[in-house]
Design a protein around this ligand. Sequence first.
Ligand code: FAD
Ligand code: SIN
Length: 554
Amino acid sequence: MPEPSNHPQHLLRRYLVSFRVSKIPHRFTDVLIIGSGVAGLSAALAASDDPGIEVLLVAKDALEETATIYAQGGVAAVIDPEATGDSLSSHVKDTLSASDGLADEEAVQLTATEGVVEVQRLLEMGANFDREPSGKIHLTLEGGHSHPRILHRGDTSGREVERVLLDAVLERPNITILAHTFAVDLVTRSGEVMGAVLLRPDSELECAWARRVVLATGGAGRLYRETTNPKVTTGDGIAMAFRAGAALQDLEFMQFHPTTLYLAGADRFLITEAVRGEGGVLRDGAGNTFMHRFHPLGDLAPRDVVSRGIVTVMRERRENKVWLDLSAIAPEKIRARFPRILEILRGFGIDILKEPIPVRPSAHYSIGGVKTDLEGRTTVPGLFAAGEVSSTGLHGANRLASNSLLEGLVFGHRAGRRAAAEARGCAAPEPFSVEGSPTSPGPKAPALDLNDLTVSLKSLLWLKVGLERNGPELSSALKQIASWVPYVLGSDFHEVPSWTLQNMLVTAYLLTISALRREESRGVHFRTDFPRRDDARWHKHQTVTRDDLRRPGA
Ligand code: FAD
Ligand code: SIN
């Protein structure tokens, strides 16, 4: 199924806002970091290790409101090889094997090795992970891991990581923090990043000029109707980087988590894979186990296999969910390991000590993102990216569980350190005005119902760009998104929800076109019309840039 020969030109507008230097406040910093999750905080700490470097860290919501704090399972790292029989090479092997042939081995080696150092640093900073009675750190197992190597704190591991990093950031005299501050666009001159336009909490625009900028804005799970992600993950960083000219990589690989609470009216709360690691079993509506039909590792198969197994069973049985049975886990273990799940489910009248949990898959993790090298440098000079917004090649076509907090620690640190070193050697940017008009302005959007459009976009992606895709559905999704582009991206707005929708539309278009172009099935990208992996044509990463969409017929 061919993609359209012309792409909507409003996708290519350079800025969502205009400003005149004489009319708005400015500030200057050495390193601007956008995002306060594991990657942004790690970058801020590494950059501010140099006392001569001023860091400005901004976040669009409260500082803690990140995907990071919702992480349940934990952080994967080989910290106790003797006791567990584990090794770095085994972590590398598992990561490569989950990636379905597409991970970059250097990125994997580096993450496994430096990840141990970063986790030790977290422990020295006071991270309080669960321990065994002997005092040793308790390591658990998750899907795709051949050894127990996940450090965790009950089922609120990410909250602990965020707490420790944020406490350290708050103590640094050379880090300035602005919460509830929305980054609208990166500012570039002659193709080089010079800072960003921000909307402050008082609704005034401000320009933060910076010698170097690190994007740590997280993923794009909120593009989907069904998702484990919090409200901040709307793909802003991906859209901003695209507008600034950066190459985006592997956007088609959206990972779906197999077990999300499925109850009418309930938030799609994640039920951690660690539940299956501790003995939880998936069953269909008649109580039959089914995962061994799909993979020798059964319930602990890589999560794309589990997600598709669930969807197949739901389809066969015409049911809208399956059940996660915890009866093989001792009640005291459930209380100790999964206190938050126990409490949340109690709120919905489900006692997980006695009853199974209704679950089904939902969008969870953006594998693709802004292409970077191993120092976090993007293809745009002056711009770095780290964490879920980035694509280092670490995950290939499928991310191994609990490897992304690790990635945020390792590459956040690398990007922050490198950005600070580069900032030391370059001149401060000269302020200039930014012209933000659409490429060819359309009519002002009359009474746009943003909420309706946002819901429609999320449903469209869930139904047509979801766990199973095919050419005709992807083409029709692309056409539908393109039809919304002129009046959403062709209009000028001055508030966060509208800019967010503009970013979501851009990211959705690019994700869909990437999924349409990759005519094979690999990792989390499953095409029913191309059900096999095709190494001859597709053993490669895929990038998309503004220039690609500018060429007629590209
Ligand atoms: P985030 O933590 O998402 O932070 C993004 C930051 O960017 C926020 O501060 C946000 O305000 C800011 N931001 C975004 N846009 C803008 C803008 N326009 N202007 C200003 N600021 C902006 N991974 C694991 O390894 N182990 C797990 O157990 C695990 N469990 C998970 C459970 C859940 C429910 C979810 C959703 C994810 C889980 N993950 C897990 C994945 C992992 O949590 C994320 O990949 C990781 O935390 C992303 O970190 P980050 O720093 O890149 O982004
Ligand atoms: C989980 O706890 O199942 C999520 C782990 C992850 O996404 O890495």
